[in-house]
Design a protein around this ligand. Structure first.
Ligand SMILES: [Zn+2]
Length: 143
């Protein structure tokens, strides 16, 4: 009896950057990490597991506390950039101008910071999580 080996179709690898920007699962790059879009009014809730491959996002209890440090780095970078930009563009020494600009822009960027601190934590800063193209395959076509 001859064993016939089935020829495997090549698995299409999904690129990293669109997955990071759109907040996709770090393992399959198909399922959404967040339930809703970034500026939705209902909040920033993370799916417990990837809706496509079942990857559990919270790796251990309190895992997402580490995202605070990333968010902190984002805020510092944004505030320094805004303060220097305001100083260069206006030349003002009025502290209320700086406070108004920095607080308003920080408020607008808060959903961005919250979302991408967790996305970057999952994609780049957690050892052991890596992209596995075999999980990207559509469920219907996977045998
Ligand atoms: Zn996934």
């Amino acid at each position: 009896m001859k064993i016939v080996e089935m020829e495997k179709a090549p698995i299409k690898r999904l690129p990293m950057w669109p997955a990071v920007i759109t907040g996709k699962c770090p393992r399959c790059r198909v399922g959404n990490i967040y339930e809703k879009p970034m500026y939705s009014l209902v909040g920033q809730k993370i799916n417990k597991a990837c809706p496509h491959c079942g990857f559990v996002y919270e790796r251990e209890p309190g895992y997402f506390y580490a995202a605070m440090y990333i968010s902190y780095a984002f805020i510092v970078a944004e505030l320094v950039t805004l303060a220097v930009g305001t100083s260069i563009l206006t030349g003002s020494h009025n502290p209320w101008l700086y406070i108004a600009i920095l607080l308003s822009v920080t408020g607008v960027l808060a959903p961005f910071n919250l979302r991408y601190s967790k996305v970057l934590l999952l994609h780049w800063l957690t050892p052991g999580i890596r992209y596995m193209p075999e999980y990207s395959v559509e469920k219907d076509t996977a045998a």
